[in-house]
Design a protein around this ligand. Structure first.
Ligand SMILES: Cc1cc2nc3c(=O)[nH]c(=O)nc-3n(C[C@H](O)[C@H](O)[C@H](O)COP(=O)(O)O)c2cc1C
Length: 343
């Protein structure tokens, strides 16, 4: 990818329907990760838009604890984007309606997820193989709600059928308000590197906002990808795990061309504590303690090569023990705090 200038101040900020985003950095939907506590944290640290974990379009399944918890977004700052996944146009339309009634301000349709569970039901990225069905779904969902509908896709099913450009056109014609593209095919899952040529080609062909997704983990990379593709924003998934500060760092770099200072050990400790508290509150102590293990594992990944700290943390069963652990970790060795951000 060629080197290009970083400040991105000369172009209008992306709009999704009547919502103008405050910047060009978006948190990608990640099932099991972008729950309400994590969305809130990323928003506070500079994400211009956050997208919820996907919710199945089959509302008969919404009474499970997991679905109920995923659908709590009332009171969150806007715009609240809720992702739905499924393969049946009418079911997706009904799910969009119900989520809009429950406070969603943007509906995002998942045609990017490679997960088996979703694909066995011909949903997620499996839909890309059937352009007729894609069009039917987009028409049905757009007609069902009076809030903007966005779409998230991969570049295609496999290398031989990279049809994202055609799908992007279908999306624009159907009235989709913005399109996020992960620069991999479904067949690639998460292997290899994301490619951005398809995203650049799509951007040339449609006039709706395009968000570039895949392997963006640094401010410099974000600037390169925006410049190379002409996309309106970058969407960040795995790069934000254990590193919610990435959003403000990218935002700052895109706006000024300068690097934002890394968070100091005190800020890292305070952020992790806030995150833990929010997880315990959101899920209750039993589940919150378990969900916290995953996030703390990501925070500690770079500073704990022997996995000793993570193994200890994972054995803790109570919320207070988790707070004490963090307290000791940062009191005992500030270098650990400083090392965390290298993740
Ligand atoms: C744990 C995990 C869960 C994901 N869940 C979803 C999902 O619910 N909906 C979706 O559209 N994409 C999902 N994705 C894909 C991401 O949104 C994103 O497209 C992908 O991770 C590539 O971006 P990245 O390289 O910045 O991580 C998930 C990815 C991960 C790693």
């Amino acid at each position: 990818m060629r080197d290009l200038p970083s400040p991105q101040t000369d172009r209008p900020l992306p709009r999704i329907g009547h919502h103008t985003l405050p910047n060009r950095v978006i948190l990608a939907p990640m099932a099991g990760v972008t729950d309400r506590p994590f969305r809130q944290l990323c928003r506070e640290l500079g994400a211009g838009l956050v997208v919820s974990e996907m919710v199945t379009a089959d509302s008969r399944l919404w009474n499970s604890r997991k679905s109920r918890q995923r659908r709590i977004h009332r009171g969150e700052p806007g715009p609240r984007s809720v992702q739905i996944a499924g393969g049946d146009p009418q079911m997706l339309a009904e799910a969009a309606r119900l989520n809009a009634d429950a406070g969603a301000e943007i509906i995002d349709i998942n045609m990017g997820c490679p997960a088996k569970k979703v694909c066995n039901k011909a949903a997620g990225s499996a839909l890309l193989r059937d352009e007729r069905l894609v069009a039917d779904i987009l028409d049905a969902v757009v007609a069902a709600v009076d809030i903007p509908v966005t779409l998230k896709i991969r570049t295609g099913w496999c290398a031989e059928s990279r049809n994202a450009e055609r799908v992007a056109k279908l999306a624009e014609n159907a009235g989709i308000a913005a399109l996020a593209v992960h620069g991999r095919t479904r067949e690639q899952r998460y292997t290899g590197s994301a490619e951005y040529d398809t995203i650049a080609a799509i951007k040339q062909q449609v006039s709706i906002p395009v968000f570039a997704n895949g392997d963006v983990t640094t401010p410099q990379r974000a600037a390169e990808v925006l410049a190379y593709t002409g996309a309106d924003a970058v969407m960040i998934g795995r790069g934000a795990q254990g590193n919610p500060w990435l959003f403000r760092e990218i935002e700052h770099y895109l706006r000024t061309g300068d690097e934002h200072a890394s968070p100091c050990a005190e800020e890292i400790a305070a952020t992790m504590q806030r995150h833990l508290r929010a997880l315990h509150d959101h899920y209750g102590e039993y589940l919150g303690v378990r969900v916290a293990r995953k996030h703390v594992g990501w925070y500690l990944a770079a500073s704990d090569p022997s996995r000793e700290h993570r193994a200890r943390f994972n054995r803790l069963e109570q919320a207070t023990q988790q707070f004490e652990f963090l307290h000791e970790l940062f009191r005992g060795d500030a270098a650990i705090g400083n090392g965390i951000h290298a993740a």
